[in-house]
Design a protein around this ligand. Structure first.
Ligand SMILES: O=C(O)CCC(=O)C(=O)O
Ligand SMILES: [Fe+2]
Length: 389
């Protein structure tokens, strides 16, 4: 069985979880015949302005035939003429309603305006070179995006069963509210014998140290597998209903080809990458759904590791579905650019958007920092079905 070398690249850090990740990443990138490697090298040093220019008019310094920016048709010209298909579908009533149902099913429901922000049609982009991959640029409305962020912070992260990369290294307050007092001290567990065990602050966790949280089946990044396939257990708790409501409620987009059972929620900061890997720990080949929030990134995806992958610019609100042959494709994130979060997220003040009664006093002030935090964050919800059928 192939390994799953998931490794968010690490900013300098002295905690054990981060060290494990960077070692795994290094060993993986030493593999020969890795066509992704020059791309990582290239994008790593590209400023956001250069990236933007490059998408508009791809330069010859890099193999560019595989670069796709859904908002810059100029980039299409560089693709192989037969490769790209763009279909336009009407946004059906059930699709619009499903967004409303998702917000209603959320525990900390935000107040929303009318659902009129839904475009009348949506685009589905497919490519012959990566069969089964479906790209939906900007499909999630600002309200749905805001509610997803709130759910990650207020509903999914605080749940005790949902483990994070921080759990081996720190005793997290229970329930874990990321937006408590930034100066609050977070200490290592008492049984931690490693010299790397040092205290930190909640502010540092918010800043960069929080890398991922797992929902539903608790994928173990060290063992590269799920600890159990037995649902309704401590290590395979029920998948959050709100997220299921979103994914099952819009059949036009998700086509009912996933029964969500596990998700890795990745938190990226400026310059972060995710090295190439395949997601193969699941026992099902149902679609994998990838939801993008916050900062922009370049996403790589290809059927083989030794072939030039698709390079896709991803923005907040984009949904990527890896189905069919692409379900087990090699993919990764070339880098994330901060301060590319759309204004409708950066200006979001959750405190003003929920009934005050629901906010515990100790976290109320932190909630005001949501928008500021999202300015330098990219959140990716990577949702999978673990079991067949
Ligand atoms: O952040 C992304 O776009 C991809 C994340 C991913 O591939 C994963 O979590 O397995
Ligand atoms: Fe992945």
């Amino acid at each position: 069985m192939l390994s799953r070398p998931d490794a968010l690249s690490s900013a300098s850090s002295n905690n054990v979880a981060d060290t494990i990740l960077s070692v795994r990443q290094k060993s993986h990138l030493q593999d020969g015949n890795n066509s992704f490697k020059p791309l990582y090298k290239f994008y790593r040093h590209l400023s956001y302005g250069e990236f933007d220019d490059f998408c508009y008019e791809p330069a010859s310094k890099l193999e560019t035939q595989t670069l796709l920016d859904p908002l810059f048709p100029e980039s299409y010209k560089k693709l192989h003429p037969d490769d790209l298909s763009i279909a336009n579908y009407p946004t059906t009533v059930d699709c619009i309603e499903s967004f409303g149902k998702f917000i209603d099913a959320s525990k900390s429901r935000i107040s929303v305006g009318s659902m009129s922000q839904c475009a009348a049609t949506f685009e589905e982009i497919t490519l012959k070179s990566v069969p089964g991959l479906r790209i939906y640029p900007g499909i999630l409305t600002p309200d749905v995006q805001r509610q997803l962020i709130v759910n990650v912070i207020e509903e999914y992260l605080p749940q005790e069963a949902h483990l994070t990369n921080l759990h081996p290294s720190y005793m997290l307050p229970q329930p874990f509210h990321l937006f408590g007092l930034p100066s609050a001290t977070i200490i290592p567990p008492s049984d931690m014998v490693s010299a790397a065990a040092t205290s930190t602050t909640l502010g540092a966790l918010q800043e960069r140290k929080l890398r991922w949280v797992t929902l539903g089946g608790q994928y173990n990044w060290t063992a590269k597998k799920y600890p159990t396939f037995e649902p309704h257990t401590r290590e395979f708790p029920d998948f959050p209903l709100s997220l299921t409501t979103l994914l099952k409620g819009a059949p036009a987009i998700f086509k009912d080809r996933i029964n969500p059972q596990a998700s890795i929620v990745n938190f990226y900061s400026d310059g972060d990458i995710l090295s190439p890997h395949q997601d193969i720990a699941e026992l099902s080949n149902a679609d994998l759904v990838s939801v993008n929030l916050g900062c922009e990134a370049i996403f790589f995806c290809g059927l083989a590791k030794d072939k030039m992958p698709l390079q896709l610019r991803v923005r907040s609100g984009d949904v990527i579905v890896m189905g069919g042959d692409s379900r087990f494709a090699w993919h990764g994130v070339g880098r994330v650019w901060d301060k590319t979060t759309p204004d409708y997220l950066a200006a979001f003040n959750y405190y003003e958007n929920v009934e005050n009664g629901r906010i515990p006093a100790n976290v109320a002030s932190g909630r005001k920092r949501y928008g500021q935090w999202m300015l330098s964050k990219r959140i990716n919800l990577n949702v999978r079905q673990m079991l067949e059928p």
